[in-house]
Design a protein around this ligand. Sequence first.
Ligand code: PEP
Ligand code: MG
Length: 310
Amino acid sequence: EREAAVADAGKPAVTVDGQTIQVLANVGSVQDAVDARGADGSGLVRTEVLFGNRKVAPTVEEQVETYRAIAAAFGGKPITIRSWDIGGDKPLPFLPQAAEANPFLGERGIRVFRRRPELLRDQLKAICQVALETPVQVMFPMVTTAEEVAWALAELADVGSSGWGVKVGIMVEVPAAALRISTLAEGLDFVSIGTNDLTQYTTAADRGNSAVASLADALDPAVLQLIDRVVRNVPTGVEVAVCGDLASDPDAAVLLAGLGIHELSAVGPQVPLIKSRLRQTTLTEATKTAVEALTLPTATAVRELLAQRA
Ligand code: PEP
Ligand code: MG
């Protein structure tokens, strides 16, 4: 089955009833991009992983070269470059951070750059430069308020993105962002739901602590309800994607399609299986499954429902 799926991987994922779902790949290296056979592009380039071993920040030119190589590996399909997402579990040697009592609730993602805007600006310059050659989107992580969105857009405008056609989005991984998405996402091109952190913050369970792993389950109906709410309340014309690990599970991919998500970004090796699975599904059935899942009491019950329907 995997072989057949891999053979068809480059074709689009269209459900039996005709809905195309974009299936993209998450990447943290140029090699990941090379390995992401058949993906419709990248919905998440983790730049803090790409440059995670640098003691000195990469120059604009170095970044341009690397982002260009990733875009080329995807054959010019769109790539979504996430701005530095550091803090919590992700240190960056070239940007040391003060110790914090609660790092996951502290200076993470976009929060870090309010004090260090020059590092973000260099990155945005590189992204805008690559966007002159190939379709590129930029995405900001760990956004909580509309004021942060306005700040990020102003930084982008400052480095001169206007007219360069870079699409702009944010990650939705903080429950407050999900709850006020209608105002937060105004003026953006897209939002991408990071189910790893959204689950962690919704369930108050550390995503890396195995003792609470059963609580930090992205299939928790509370997380699904937030995803549903984002899809329903996002301003008209703003695309909604999911790039958290939930999108890498073929059963969950069907559920997400049923919730109205038409763009999934998964770990590269799962892309062919997810596409193959979506091709055997009708959106009508997926929607029914999703509606039912939203009413269930536990992640376990959702998982059982998905297994039944598979
Ligand atoms: C997420 O939080 O779901 C996500 C995709 O970002 P990361 O796993 O890199 O924190
Ligand atoms: Mg995250």
